[in-house]
Design a protein around this ligand. Structure first.
Ligand code: IYR
Length: 227
């Protein structure tokens, strides 16, 4: 058995980040929590423009996520073209209408009632940006070369989490929207067969009269277990 450390591929470099005093760690922890605590999923957007540069920064930040074998198996497809946004809305509403009316069981519809959702997705046309995240199931080149990716769902999920945090941090609102089924996005956005649509994010500023469901987050005691 060869030791991975004997391989020419393993060439680590020093990592010596500054260590913060504990009081400062706590201040930063609280401040970051308080900021994230103010994040809400938004379904009512303003059509105010948002500079492309902000979306670029959010994608860069998302792309700092850890990933299986550092394959970074994500593609962020950013859409601002109004005609394409309209096509996405029409196709998403077609699937969602069928889902809400015929595919989703009563238990699911009941679970969604507090959120007031239905098959209408007007925000898909209102927002200045739609970003669709695709999960790269395997790497593929035109010459037919293929290579497996690892922990794709987990990696893309973490990247999407950082994306949401980055947008919130810069003062933008978004929503994790998952039209179901969502293969229509591969067709509309010309994505290759090794990429699977994962989450769609409408992005913009909240509408002046936006509302959100009145909900609370679980307290620490409910989500943490200490042993
Ligand atoms: N995809 C549908 C349904 C939906 C499902 C869940 I779970 C939600 O938390 C919210 C909506 C829609 O986007 O309306």
């Amino acid at each position: 058995m060869t030791d991975v450390r004997d391989s020419n591929d393993y060439r680590p470099i020093p990592f010596r980040p500054d260590r913060l005093p504990e009081a400062e760690m706590l201040d930063r922890a609280r401040a970051f929590h308080d900021e994230m605590e103010r994040r809400r999923s938004v379904r009512f957007f303003s059509d105010d423009p948002v500079p492309r540069e902000l979306i670029e920064w959010a994608i860069r930040t998302a792309s700092t996520a850890p990933s299986g074998a550092h394959r970074q198996p994500w593609r962020f497809v950013a859409v601002s073209d109004p005609a394409l946004k309209r096509e996405i809305r029409v196709a998403a509403e077609k699937e969602e209408k069928e889902s809400y009316e015929n595919r989703m069981p009563d238990e699911w519809l009941e679970a969604l009632r507090p959120f007031g959702t239905d098959w209408h997705k007007p925000y898909l046309e209102t927002v200045p940006w739609i970003v669709v995240v695709f999960a790269e199931q395997y790497q593929m080149r035109e010459d037919g070369w293929k290579r497996k990716n690892y922990y794709v769902q987990e990696s893309v999920g973490i990247a999407c989490g950082l994306f949401v945090a980055a947008l919130h941090h810069m003062g933008l609102a978004t929503l994790t929207h998952t039209p179901n089924p969502m293969q229509f996005l591969s067709r509309l956005l010309d994505r290759p067969p090794n990429e699977k649509p994962s989450i769609l994010f409408p992005i913009g500023h909240p509408a002046a009269d936006a509302t959100v469901p009145d909900l609370a987050r679980k307290p620490l005691e409910e989500v943490a277990v200490w042993r």
